[in-house]
Design a protein around this ligand. Sequence first.
Ligand code: NDP
Length: 419
Amino acid sequence: MGKLLIIGCGGVAGVAVHKCCQNSKTFSEICIASRTKEKCDALKEKLQNTTDTVITTAKVDADKVDELTALIREYKPDAVLNVALPYQDLTIMDACLACGVDYIDTANYEPEDTDDKEWRAIYEKRCKEEGFTAYFDYSWQWAYREKFEKAGLTALLGSGFDPGVTSVFTAYALKHYFDEIETIDILDCNGGDHGYPFATNFNPEINLREVSANGSYWENGHWVETKPMEIKREYDFPQVGKKDMYLLHHEEIESLAKNVPGVKRIRFFMTFGQSYLTHMKCLEDVGMLSTSPIMYEGREIVPIQFLKALLPDPASLGPRTVGKTNIGCIFTGKKDGKEKTIYIYNVCDHQECYREVGSQAVSYTTGVPAMCGALMLLTGKWNKPGVYTVEELDPDPFLDALDQYGLPRSENRAPVLVD
Ligand code: NDP
């Protein structure tokens, strides 16, 4: 019996809520709280007669700690699942600390306004010292470690698919298959087709900021930075086929580099079709991906937010998307002195997800692990005071839950990624 407060009501939240409702024994009560309460009410309306989970809804501006603390004090949840945007991570963590509840999210903090002077000064110092220019990193949330430890609370960071399941696959590989992991290649393939010339599968602002930034990877104890889309590889994905994929910076590289002893190289690749890349380059060249406000007809607008309003809502892609995702990690390393390579991955079918929960597979593959992270905390399996990324905890119960709730893993013993 547990009570979960879910903040945000977009594509990922929709799946997490469906999955909580499939497990009313653990999630006996949930509250869906977001900026637009009507979306929460519509989801409640859709689900409340299909489940024993008691669903309530609330309006909250998660940028405001006082609104969050008032809601948490009134609802008294056991944990808060943040599936709003990475911009709200710190305010929600502050509110959890103030109210004494555990915290879970799926993406690390990034500032909404990268022109903010205070943030920029810290960012520029870090770029100089650490040699990479990603504007999202764990330092902001790792700074909460002591506070969560002292409060006896758990903050679970990055419980989506990547970061999330890919990091748990790493902990699993280290626990069961390797004495030593030498290289990790995280591969994120969306082999789905939604029929639009250009659309993003999750929040457009977050997605486009991520893929238009410089790439980087970890090698021999250092970050190596690349130009956006500079490194391209082809991979033959099981059940999907051959796809082009490009090296990106991704947040789990940072935590895995700290948590996998002796790892020599960690890279992240994502597949993109030519139409997506051509549109993105053109939008970038004309300034539509900018996060800095501009004046338009006497009013301030942020170009990327205006673009978001023009693009299809990711939540609307479900009925039209066909095909599969294949996301996983290629590990190389040693076991009992022998070289070993393995690809651990999940394949998820867009239309099967749509039939089950009304969403496409990108929201599904994030919403299910988000629920599983909350499940680990509500059932006492991962409770440890402090701030943790998922690879720091026992992978077995989490992977059992993933199998049970729709994301079983596969393993292929002979993968190759041509360097
Ligand atoms: P959506 O844009 O579909 O949903 C975001 C939700 O957050 C919306 O309901 C939005 O409200 C709400 N929200 C935004 N700002 C606030 C605020 N200030 N106060 C309250 N609610 C707010 O995003 P997704 O569902 O696609 O993504 C959710 C999260 O999942 C993101 O952080 C994303 O980075 C992460 N993600 C993680 C992945 C992983 O594998 N780890 C993969 C994909 C996504 P409104 O409806 O009013 O706009």
